[in-house]
Structures are given as C-alpha cells and as structure tokens.
Design a binder for this molecule. Sequence first.
Ligand SMILES: [Zn+2]
Length: 202
Amino acid sequence: MYEFTDKVLAHLNRQYIVIFNRLKSKVSTKKFAKLDEVTVIGKAVDQTYTELMTVTKPMLLQIANWAYHNYCTNGSLTEMWLTGFLNDYSPVTKYAFSTEIDRKRSRLYEALIATKGSRKEIDNALRYWAKMIAEYAVEITDAATLEAFNDLGITKVEWFTEEDERVCGECGKRHGRIYPIDAVPPKPHWGCRCYLRPVTTE
Ligand SMILES: [Zn+2]
C-alpha cells in the first residue's frame, strides 16, 4: 500500500538534509555582523521553507497519482486537488498543512534569533519537518485512494490493519470493519498505516 510512498519519502529525506545543511552554513554566526543577524536569519529561514515546498509538492502529487492510478486509470489528480487537501484541517495532525508551514517557519526563526543560530535548532526543525511530511505522505496516499474509489462508484470499504505486532488497540478493533465510503473515520493516530480496500457486493 505504501511502497511508493516510502520510496518517495526516502528520496525527500535526503534532499531535506541537504537543504537544512545549507541553512546551517548560512546562519553560522561568524559570517555576519550583529546588526545583520535578523535580516540574514530571516531571509535564510524563508528561503529554506520555500525550497522545502518546491521539492516536496511535486513529489506529494506523484504519490497522490500513484495511489489514484493503483485503482483508477482514468484521469488523474491535479495540483489544485493537492492544494485543496493541504489547505484542509487534518483530524490526525490537528492542523492544516498550509498554516503549519508558516508556524514551523516562525518557530525556527525565533529559535535561531534566540540561540544565535544554534545548529541543534536546525536539526530539530529538520526532524519536525520530516515527521510532518511522512505523515502527510500517508494521508495523501489514503485520500487519493478514496478519490479513486469514489470515481469508480464504490460505496463500501473495508478497513485493514498491517496485522503486525505494532498495530494499536484502536486500529485492531477496526480490522475487517466495513464503512460506507462517505463515513470512513479518520485514522486514530500519527503513523497509522491501516488502509482501505473496496467492498464489492457482486
Ligand atoms: Zn492504524
């Protein structure tokens, strides 16, 4: 279910390390005078998040279309579909992706000003970023799959857990349950890798 998603994530994570390393070299305190600190850090942080989005968005769209085409080979999901998804509140992360990016950017900026460009803060920001993208990559896989089911006229889906020892109690209870496609409950926790399959009555 998530093989392609995981491949893309591994590829993205390598790029994220490069992008955050570039930020480290830009904000290393020896490089600029005290007065310029705020401007240099502000610009460097802005550039970092712009770059992160530039490399991430097309890959998220690829994940969406890979998942969609797994079931439905007619048509594809557009950038507008993805943007709409990222602007929506997620009941799993408890925020909308688009607004969270601004928050992450501000938090890192403030932390770097307060710590005079601490590398540890940059490492933390990288970790939080990668964690968020890992979650959204899964959510996008799920949403695109549901989109394909809808387009195929499927009305009922069955919940599957990964059936390994890591499955939590809440997910375990849902294994094998059948839901109307418009009433599938949100995943109960971050990192949930349960998935849905269409139920055909014939
Ligand atoms: Zn689960």
